[in-house]
Design a protein around this ligand. Structure first.
Ligand code: SF4
Ligand code: SF4
Ligand code: SF4
Length: 376
């Protein structure tokens, strides 16, 4: 697409495409305009009024995130009047914000905190504006994240994310005036709503209102592919010490473009689970059946005396090596044919591995009894 409009921003000539907003044109030219409710990839609402700019020959200030560029437009993004208006706007947002930053998990990555550092506020005026701080209950019902409405700045990013990216529309603004807040349908806890716990809203919330449970900040990130299913979403695993503490989508990955489902975003705890199987386990049969199904033969084939613990005894699994497991399986499977056998494959395998598995079940085992955990 060609640049076909020319405007001036802070005296600098800027080329822009038709349909761009002032904010997009300014950012493409390296001009910073502060924002709070703006989020790339979502429709702009102009709700926070932090990005107000001046346009020559127009009386009012205009939100840069919603105002389309025009050829010949002259824009000022920064002067004493704009600064004063932004400061008062910020003070209004802060006036009922529970900003105990030291204890807030978002501290250091919070957009409101960054705005306060950049724009500043008048303490006396803020104290006059302050009304009774909100003390709404924190919704901890979701197993993966908490919602603290007292820290919400009502930017609407979560609502637009759920509607425009996820397509679930689980949340919206409810009530009016001072009571306005983000709410599920019927103001039910998140767990009782249609929310699918994908965490896309949590990822985009600019403040500490939507926060993953047990937040820990990673010290480094590792780029990888989600191991949960064959789609293969790209993600970054945040690591602290030798533990995974966070996952976020890889925006450069063409498969998921930065989005993740609940498993990819919050399901990494299995990696460190003490219950995780790290070697194959054998559960054999009762002593009578053992002879029938050749377990003694299997053990003998491994060069082990039959007294070796290859059998599930009194409800206990026995750990063996992969080599032993494969030998055991190949010697055991010869005793089954057709509908005596069924195979269940895994979404964690690649398409090719699943193809080979169904081929094995159909062509070698002679049955169509084959299925996949993603269908369950
Ligand atoms: S949301 Fe931001 S401004 Fe508010 S308490 Fe947390 S870190 Fe501080
Ligand atoms: S977690 Fe996902 S489904 Fe639930 S409210 Fe947020 S964006 Fe919507
Ligand atoms: S919960 Fe977060 S994203 Fe949603 S409106 Fe409040 S501050 Fe914005």
């Amino acid at each position: 697409m060609t640049n076909n409009l020319i405007l001036r921003i802070n005296g600098m000539e800027v080329k822009a495409r038709e349909g761009m907003t002032i904010l997009e044109a300014a950012r493409s030219a390296g001009v910073f305009i502060p924002t709070l409710c703006y989020c790339p990839g979502l429709t702009s609402e102009g709700a926070c009024r932090i990005c107000l700019v001046k346009i020559e020959e127009k009386k009012k200030l205009h939100p840069a995130c919603r105002t389309p560029v025009e050829d010949g437009m002259v824009v000022i993004t920064d002067d004493a009047e704009i600064d004063r208006v932004r400061r008062v706007t910020l003070e209004l947002i802060l006036s009922n914000h529970d900003f105990n930053c030291l204890l807030c998990p978002k501290s250091g990555a919070c957009r409101l905190q960054a705005l306060v550092n950049r724009i500043g506020f008048d303490e006396k005026r803020l104290n006059r504006l302050k009304w009774v701080a909100r003390d709404l209950p924190i919704d901890t019902s979701n197993p993966f994240f908490d919602f603290n409405p007292n820290k919400c700045v009502q930017c609407g990013i979560c609502i637009r994310t759920c509607r425009e990216i996820v397509g679930v529309d689980a949340i919206n603004m409810a009530y009016r005036g001072y009571q306005l807040k983000v709410s599920t349908f019927g103001d039910k806890p998140f767990k009782e709503s249609v929310c699918v716990s994908c965490g896309e809203c949590v990822e985009r919330c600019p403040v500490g209102a939507l926060i993953p449970k047990n937040t820990q900040h990673p010290t480094r990130e590792v780029k990888t592919t989600c191991a949960y299913c064959g789609i293969g979403c790209g993600l970054y695993l945040g690591v602290r010490g030798d533990a995974i503490v966070k996952a976020r989508g890889d925006h450069s990955n063409p498969v998921n473009r930065g989005e993740l489902c609940v498993r990819g975003r919050f399901g990494y705890h299995f990696v460190h689970s003490p219950d995780r199987l790290s070697s194959p386990l054998v559960r054999a049969y009762d002593p009578l059946e053992r002879t029938l199904h050749g377990i003694n033969g299997a053990a003998a084939a491994l060069g082990k005396p039959v007294t070796r613990p290859l059998v599930k005894q009194q409800g206990e699994f026995v750990e063996i090596s992969w080599e032993q497991a494969i030998k055991y399986l190949s010697s055991t499977l010869v005793h089954y044919k057709g509908d005596q056998f069924a195979g269940l494959s895994s979404a964690k395998c690649t398409n090719e591995e699943n193809y080979l598995f169904q081929k094995f079940v159909r062509a070698v085992m002679g049955t169509n009894n084959v299925d996949h955990c993603a269908r369950l």
